[in-house]
Write a protein that binds this ligand. Sequence first.
Ligand code: UDH
Ligand code: MN
Length: 376
Amino acid sequence: MFSFQSKKIYLFMFMGIQLVVIALLSREAYQKSVTYFIHILRKDKASIPTGRNQTSTAVVANGGDVYANLSRLSKAHSQGENLTYCPKTSPLIVGRINVRIHSNFTMQEVQRKNPLVVRGGRYRPPDCEARHRTAIIIPYRDREHHLKVLLYFLHPFLQRQQLNYGFYVIHQAGNYTFNRAKLMNVGFREAMKEEDWDCLFFHDVDLIPEDDRNTYVCDVNPKHVSVAIDRNNYKPTYKKAFGGVTALSPLHYQKINGFPNNYWGWGGEDDDIAKRVSRAGMSISRPSLKVGRYKMINHTRDKGNDVNINRFNMLEKTHQTWKQDGMNTVESRVISREYHPLYTNITVDIDTKAGLPPPPPPPKATTMADQIQHHG
Ligand code: UDH
Ligand code: MN
């Protein structure tokens, strides 16, 4: 039997040991190694594809900010030809990204945060030769806020992937009904004039990727990339879905004769493209639901983009029309090409359903002097 006295002694000894342990833990060096140990544990957890939530929290804790890491990139842009190829997997990739959509920042701030992006929204890794050249093509009209948010997230996202990339915003001029697919045809043509891109990402302006393992490079087959969207609770879409974000190589694009030009208004064009892909003997590839995750910026239907009520009838005929209508028939007039710091803006007149209006008559001479000049 222990006496009350000896119980007291044990209690003091126990408290003493606790004090020593606390003192040890609070020593800086010790603290560091504990943090390091926790870090390793977390890292291991992150790379194990366990439950969806568990993985995401672990990765976010390790670098959820899309700009984390990038300060490592040196500003010194080696121009030499003896740069070695970038590694097959970029060391800058972290996995899940914390996408919190807000807009209390300016375009200038996005510019400051991306000091290595040059005129027209172009970038190449400063320290290695990129293995891939990817153009981002954005069909666009009147979505300024969305564009700013997309640029904020997508620039650092692509830099993490060590790509040579460029941004093309294809802006439909005028108020006539929107035509997403035709704008993308123009985007393809204009982007390929500038650079020998080996992959084109056709990208809605309001979709923000949430995982940088979703690499913006082309697959053997045309790729449907935006497979899991928050608005649909990240559930897979239907089997032939091909909207939102897609990736095609120039060869894929040629094989399907580009996209249709005659889908005016919302809907149908994506399914037409999917049909072209299978008509041309290819299949659709997709990233996993874990990686192909996107947040869609909330919006209502735009003015000038009403549902295309003819879309089902048109889709019945794709097997006849795909060779007659596409990149071989796209008619448009580029109104301007502007090289902004974070993107190239191409404003284009894509015409109307009715066809090109006749060219305006030459201006009439009004004064005597004009008439004299006119007749030489
Ligand atoms: N787009 C524009 N401007 C427009 C219309 C479309 O830039 O006026 C572009 C933009 O890149 C957009 C894409 O075309 O991301 C696709 O159009 P969308 O975003 O309107 O298509 P989505 O399927 O919307 O996302 C369906 C209508 C939303 C109804 C919401 C009801 N809650
Ligand atoms: Mn949308």
